[in-house]
Each structure stands twice: as C-alpha cells, then as structure tokens.
Design a protein around this ligand. Structure first.
Ligand code: AMP
Length: 134
C-alpha cells in the first residue's frame, strides 16, 4: 500500500456527529483488510506508525471500538478507555520518548482537520517539535 492508497479523508462538510463510517482506513486496518506497521497492541487498542511521518517518531494509537471522535470515545466504558490510555503510555515508553519529551495530538472534525474518521491520537517525538501551531 502506498501513501495515497492509505489516505482517506473526512469530507469537508462532514460533521463530527455523523455516523461512523465502517469503510474508513483505520477500520480496514482493524479488520485486517489493510496492513499497518504495528508498534504494539492490547485487547482494546492498536498502535502503528503513521504512513506519512512528520517526526522521527510518529505513531498513531487507535481504539478497537468503532468511535469517530473524542466525545464518542468518552462514552466508552472505563475498561475500554483504560486499554487505550495504557497503550499511549506504552508507545511513549517503547519509543524511548520519556526522557526527551514528546507531543500528543488529537484532531477532531472539520476545524481540527481530522482526515481519518476513526478516533486516534498522534504520538510525536524524536526531535524538537517547535511551537504547537506555526
Ligand atoms: P488526522 O488528520 O488526525 O485524521 O490524521 C490521520 C493520519 O493518518 C495522517 O497523519 C495520515 O498520514 C495517517 N494515515 C492515513 N492512512 C494511513 C495508513 N493506512 N496507515 C498509517 N497511517 C495512515
């Protein structure tokens, strides 16, 4: 799979409250229909390298539950949320980011420029990342 094939964008008019799209690229990865460069995994979450990395370390963490946004993720049970947060912590550890620092980014909806409509966090590090926005 090349970078272009991996990209599926939220439509510009799409609302964060629209229904979950089961054909989004991360849903396909979770179903095993698309490959990913896996970093680690647990019962409720998967971490893999971003196909278009913006830093030496650029890992995406996604819940296995079909949720599109932070708000939908917050509605999940405590156990599911714990799996996700535990995996975020594991990525920071296994990628060696704890000492030097890192950034966690979560884009939501049109204004947040969310491309893939399956909730995820970006874990970025491995260099000085600069200010949060240009
Ligand atoms: P966002 O703008 O927060 O929705 O970010 C989505 C991210 O997913 C982008 O950084 C893309 O480069 C990345 N991405 C898209 N398709 C894939 C894929 N198949 N495997 C890994 N990362 C992907």
């Amino acid at each position: 799979m090349n970078k272009e094939e991996g990209r599926e964008k939220m439509s510009e008019n799409e609302d964060t409250e629209d229904a979950y799209d089961v054909e989004n690229v991360f849903a396909k990865i979770l179903r095993g229909e698309l490959r990913c460069d896996k970093v680690c995994e647990n019962e409720g979450a998967l971490a893999f390298r971003d196909v278009s990395p913006r830093a030496p370390v650029h890992v995406l963490v996604i819940p296995k539950a079909s949720v599109k946004t932070w708000d939908a993720w917050l509605e999940l049970g405590l156990e599911e949320r714990e799996y996700f947060l535990t995996l975020v912590r594991e990525v920071i550890e296994v990628e060696g980011l704890k000492k030097g620092g890192y950034r966690v980014v979560m884009n939501a909806g049109r204004d947040g420029c969310q491309e893939v409509p399956h909730f995820h966090m970006h874990i970025l590090g491995g260099r000085v990342l600069g200010k949060i926005l240009p």
